[in-house]
Write a protein that binds this ligand. Structure first.
Ligand code: NAD
Length: 399
């Protein structure tokens, strides 16, 4: 019998939904690279229901308990008196979502001698100290591709909302105004702009593909170059340095994982190389950027806008400066947790658990760390080390 701790975000303030705006979800055949959707033996939830919050339990309780395992589901994750810290001592598996991450630091792993696997129900395992997991032989997995397209759609929405000055214009309507000049004095067309992505993996390449019909010039930086045919089809310019990319881009979107190579890649020095009035969209990870450098760049006009849904730490303290900086379009971390994405990552989490308990191999594409090394997607997209430093600040949200 194994003990599994599942850390999920809280239910809606109005309570767990009794109904949804739509019935069911559209059917998707598979992912563009031929990867199949998650293939658990069964699911015990209604596709399209809220699975990522505490009462949704990722649809796992029936499966785990009927196989004799213990499931603890909680949103209490930060600070030494959290349920997560209290329950860790005999846990075998910890599951959490990047939206409400259980920061699995080396200290926490040291408190959990039976810990064998950490599952990210989503994509992005930077909330786990990957170096400590390697050192302790703990497996780290994520549900690769489950929400890559969800995020790409969000990136597109945020690019358009910044460039067209959507949020302030919407606010004039809500305030009862009709202030055309106030709205359009910051509004441009996207057509003709140079748009670049840092990383052209699953999300980044989808973003490039979605942007193509807008008549923009497309650029990317990635440590793995895309095939020639894709570069030609999309008319991409490949860059080998951040400086060369930022020098030409009117809009830059960040789509790489957070790991020691990418932590704070957008700092004051990097921002000085941006075109004046560039827009920066970051739905990848908050810590890719230096928090105060972003605020300063918005205040000086070096950036015309910043939007995204990722912060560090999460939840962001109430006084986090990104809540109040000028010309931002921030939301809480939501882009990868649509009801559509939740169905896929809940099913993927179940698939990973079934493989683990039945001693079947976990798909290579779900592996980040295994057997003391970066493995699978982890070896392709991450670098060794730890990016969880400072995560204890998340406890301040509740104070
Ligand atoms: P992916 O593994 O398909 O792509 C990652 C890409 O980043 C790879 O092509 C890799 O070569 C590139 N990369 C890694 N280090 C780099 C570096 N130093 N410089 C340039 N490129 C580098 O992953 P994905 O599905 O595209 O997701 C990317 C990231 O987006 C995740 O790791 C996660 O942090 C974030 N994400 C956010 C949300 C959300 O809800 N906001 C959801 C999913 C993923």
């Amino acid at each position: 019998m194994a003990k599994i701790i599942c850390v999920l975000y809280d239910d809606p303030v109005t309570g767990y939904p009794a109904s949804y705006p739509r019935d069911g979800l559209p059917h998707i055949d598979g992912y563009p690279n031929g990867q199949t959707l998650p293939t658990p033996r069964a699911i015990d939830f209604e596709p399209g229901s809220l699975l990522g919050s505490v009462s949704g339990e990722l649809g796992l309780r029936n499966y785990l308990e009927s196989n004799g395992h213990e499931l603890i589901v909680t949103s209490s994750k930060d600070g030494e008196d959290s349920v997560l810290d209290r329950e860790l001592h005999d846990a075998e598996i910890v599951i959490s979502q990047p939206f409400w991450p259980a920061y699995m630091t080396a200290e926490r792993m040291a408190k959990a001698p039976k810990l064998k696997m950490i599952i990210t129900a989503g994509i992005g395992s930077d909330h786990t100290d990957l170096q400590a997991a390697m050192d302790r032989g703990i497996t780290v997995t994520e549900v690769t591709y489950c929400n890559s397209h969800s995020v790409a759609e969000h990136v597109l929405m945020m690019i358009l909302s910044l460039v067209r000055n959507y949020i302030p214009s919407y606010n004039w309507v809500v305030k009862g105004g009709w202030n055309i000049a106030d709205c359009v004095a910051r509004s441009y067309d996207l057509e003709g702009m140079n748009v670049g992505t840092v990383a052209a993996g699953r999300i980044g390449s989808r973003v490039l593909r979605l942007l193509k019909p807008f008549g923009v010039k497309l650029h990317y930086l990635d440590r793995h170059r895309l095939p020639d045919a894709v570069e030609k089809e999309l008319g991409l310019t490949h860059h080998t340095s951040l400086e060369s990319l930022t020098r030409v881009c009117d809009v830059l979107t960040l789509n790489c994982p957070l790991h020691p190579e990418t932590e704070h890649m957008i700092d004051e020095k990097a921002l000085a190389n941006f075109k004046r009035g560039a827009y920066l969209i970051n739905t990848a990870r908050g810590k890719l950027c230096d928090t105060n450098a972003i605020v300063k760049a918005l205040e000086s006009g070096q950036l015309a806008g910043y939007a995204g849904d990722v912060w560090f730490p999460q939840p962001a303290p109430k006084d986090h400066p990104w809540r109040t900086m000028p010309n931002h379009g921030m939301t809480p971390h939501i882009s990868g947790s649509t009801l559509s994405a939740q169905t896929r990552y809940a099913a993927g989490t179940r698939e990973i658990l079934e493989c683990y308990f039945e001693n079947r191999p976990i798909r290579d594409e779900y592996l980040i760390v295994q057997g003391g090394h970066l493995a699978g997607v982890g070896a392709h997209s991450y670098s060794a080390g730890d990016a969880t430093g400072g995560s204890e600040e998340a406890a301040r949200f509740n104070k």
